[in-house]
Structure formats: C-alpha cells, structure tokens
Write a protein that binds this ligand. Structure first.
Ligand SMILES: CC(C)(COP(=O)(O)OP(=O)(O)OC[C@H]1O[C@@H](n2cnc3c(N)ncnc32)[C@H](O)[C@@H]1OP(=O)(O)O)[C@@H](O)C(=O)NCCC(=O)NCCS
Length: 189
C-alpha cells in the first residue's frame, strides 16, 4: 500500500487549520494577523532582512536574494503555516507553525521574525499568543521551539512567554557558520 505523503497529510491539517483560523483570527482596530502565502515572499524576505537576527547578521550575512531563496525553499517544502502581523498596511513581523513535531499532539514554532524598528512593541508576544491559541484549537497539547544557545535575549523572551528549557543539542542550530548549539524549549498549551 502506498504511504500518504507528508504534503498530503499537511494539506488535510491545513484545511482544518484554515477553517478554525476563521474562529481565532485576531482583529484589533487596524491590526490584523493574517495567513500568508507565496505571494508574500518579497515582504517576508524584507522582514527577515530587517529583523537583524543576531547570529545571521554576525556570521551568515545573507543578501536579500538569500532571504528570498530560503523562503521559496520553505514554501516548496510545505511544512510551515505562515502568519503575519499587519498594521497600517505594513507587514511588521511573522511567525510560522509546523504542525508536526515528535511526540503525541506536539507542534513547533519554526520561525519568528519582527522588523527591528518594531521590536519591543509586543508584536512577538501577540504572534506567539495567536499561534498558541490556533495550535490548541487544532488539538495540539504541547508546543516546542529551537533557538541558538548563544541567543541570550531571545532565550529571555521565550522564558517570558512561558517556554521552559528542555535540553541542548550541540551542532544542531541551522546556520552554516557561527555557534551551532541549539536549545529546545517547550510549553503546555
Ligand atoms: C525576539 C523577537 C521575536 C521578540 O519580539 P518582540 O516583539 O520584539 O518582543 P515583545 O515586545 O513581545 O517582548 C516581550 C517581552 O520580552 C522581552 N524581550 C524581547 N526581546 C528581548 C531581547 N532580545 N532580550 C531581552 N528581552 C527581550 C521584552 O523586553 C518584553 O519583556 P516585558 O514583558 O518584561 O516587558 C524579536 O525581537 C525579533 O524578531 N528578533 C530578531 C529575530 C529573531 O531573533 N527571532 C527569533 C529567532 S529564535
């Protein structure tokens, strides 16, 4: 018998998520969290470039083209659901949810990126809270994320959002250069 492919499984989860998203979608006056697609790759690449991820800026120094190519690859892989925080017509930040993670009813926040000039305005907090509500409604029990061991500020941020340190994994952080120890954090939904 042919095994179902990951993308087929994701397609089904995606439909469920989209339906349920309508119930969770957050609208506060002029701010809205929206589902993003390939049509947003240019804006997403700008957000990644302007987020100035500390390890990327220091060790990888990606060009705008690198950012765009990474996003195209991620959309092609089809493992993430992308959500953006839009205010005054500007995509100020985005978050992605991977509805697969080892363990029973586990999922993962794969990416979170806010343009530098809008950091510190609770946009990261709102995006995390949105994805947690969505994941809970999709039936997930726990949510996980990896970050760099060397990323002290981001680790503090996730701690403030209720994520607890689980373990560290030498050589697991996903950039070609710089410190490569990843740390895993998790939270009950
Ligand atoms: C890390 C990031 C997602 C945080 O989003 P944000 O919208 O700036 O954060 P918020 O305004 O919601 O902050 C919530 C709390 O975390 C704290 N916090 C946020 N970033 C922090 C940092 N770098 N260092 C220390 N504390 C931080 C805030 O001070 C705030 O604390 P308070 O509740 O005591 O006032 C954002 O700064 C970012 O995009 N950074 C660059 C990309 C990146 O590193 N992404 C994560 C990769 S794992």
């Amino acid at each position: 018998m042919q095994k179902p492919t990951t993308s087929l499984k994701l397609q089904r989860l995606d439909d469920v998520a989209t339906l349920r998203l309508l119930e969770v979608q957050e609208r506060v006056d002029f701010m809205v969290i929206i589902r993003l697609n390939r049509g947003h790759i240019k804006e997403l690449a700008e957000v990644d470039a302007e987020a100035e991820h500390s390890l990327m800026v220091r060790y990888v120094k990606p060009t705008m083209r690198d950012h765009r190519e990474r996003l195209v690859k991620r959309f092609n892989e089809g493992h993430e659901m992308f959500f953006g925080y839009k205010e005054d017509g500007i995509l100020k930040g985005y978050i992605t949810l991977k509805p697969f993670f080892p363990g029973h009813k586990h999922c993962e926040i794969y990416w979170l990126s806010i343009r530098k000039q809008y950091q510190g305005q609770r946009i990261g907090t709102k995006l995390i809270s949105f994805v947690e509500k969505l994941a809970k409604r999709m039936g997930f029990r726990k949510i996980f994320l990896y970050t760099g061991k060397a990323m002290d500020g981001e680790r503090k941020f996730y701690g403030k959002k209720g994520f607890r340190f689980i373990n560290e994994f030498p050589g697991y952080y996903g950039f070609a250069a710089g410190p490569t120890t990843a740390v895993l954090y998790g939270k009950e939904l």
